[in-house]
Design a protein around this ligand. Structure first.
Ligand SMILES: [Zn+2]
Length: 294
């Protein structure tokens, strides 16, 4: 039970302060349902009118939402860090994926360092459990599950850092990652070698945090993101090379079939979606075949 009796004054303000604190600390997450009014009033040890006043205030400020027949849930405040217009920009510009990874290389390292310094016994227990589950997913070669737990692991590290600003900005970043805004994680997790390396990197971060070694935790988190950035770039190049090779194959096949020496339309590679970011790539190789290939 995360709600505690309000000790001082039993006012709406005290209730508001407690619920705000739980949202700020990331204990209550978007979509979490608050207990029914009667139960919550009892948990907080306040009267129902006082609780109603507090909830009305929180709802006015967009922190909670009352659903028809579905009770009261914590609003999606994290998603608001990146509003749709900026998400659209990020989605359409591949450079943003590189910027994201650069940002995370630094910020994840800070979070891991703080986590090593500040993780409580409960934090460590939770990290250990996530790591065990991650190991099971890895063993069973369940890519989707492993990729989901990857995010869960990083969220838990950022929570163990006990810095509310880090927590909410990183959570917003991880949300975009889950939504596939930056790159297709399936391409990373689809490679057996990548999966083994990613697992070893998560284990190294975990071990350093559990051991309370901030320096090792920072180094491990930074190395993890450096690897991800390089792997994403490599897969992107591989994918681009493959799509170029496919187009060449098509053109060659058409020529060998005698359907004209020179195709009328050369596919516009620059407009082809990048396999990683799903958006147009600017790093296109020349697409046209040499003038008169013998
Ligand atoms: Zn990771």
């Amino acid at each position: 039970m995360v709600f505690r009796e309000v000790s001082h004054g039993r006012t709406a303000d005290a209730v508001i302060a407690q619920i705000e604190g739980l949202i700020l600390d990331g204990v209550l997450r978007a979509g979490d349902r608050l207990p029914a009014e009667r139960e919550l009033a009892r948990n907080l040890d306040v009267s129902r009118p006082i609780l109603r006043d507090a909830l009305a205030d929180l709802e006015t400020r967009g922190l909670i939402v009352t659903r028809h027949g579905g009770g009261t849930v914590v609003a999606d405040v994290t998603g608001e860090v990146f509003r749709e217009p900026i998400v659209g920009l990020v989605r359409n510009h591949p450079k943003a994926a590189a910027d994201f990874l650069e940002y995370r290389r630094e910020i994840d390292a800070v979070a891991a360092g703080f986590a090593a310094e500040r993780a409580t016994a409960s934090d460590k227990e939770r990290l250990a459990r996530i790591m065990q589950t991650l190991e099971a997913a890895h063993r069973e070669k369940d890519f989707r599950w492993e990729a989901e737990l990857d995010v869960e692991f990083h969220v838990a590290i950022s929570e163990s850092a006990h810095n509310t600003i880090l927590l909410h900005t990183l959570r917003a970043c991880y949300r975009l990652l889950t939504d596939g805004v930056f790159y297709n994680r399936g391409l990373l997790y689809g490679h057996a070698d990548s999966r083994d390396r990613l697992f070893a990197q998560h284990l190294a971060i975990h071990d350093a945090v559990i051991a309370g070694d901030p320096e090792a935790a920072r180094a491990a988190a930074s190395a993890h993101m450096t690897y991800v950035a390089a792997a994403v770039r490599e897969r992107e190049d591989e994918g681009l090379r493959e799509s170029i090779a496919e187009m060449r194959l098509e053109l060659t096949a058409a020529r060998l079939d005698g359907r004209g020496r020179r195709p009328r339309r050369v596919p516009d590679l620059a407009a082809a979606p990048s396999p990683i970011t799903g958006s147009a790539s600017s790093a296109a190789e020349p697409t046209a075949e040499p003038e008169d290939t013998p």
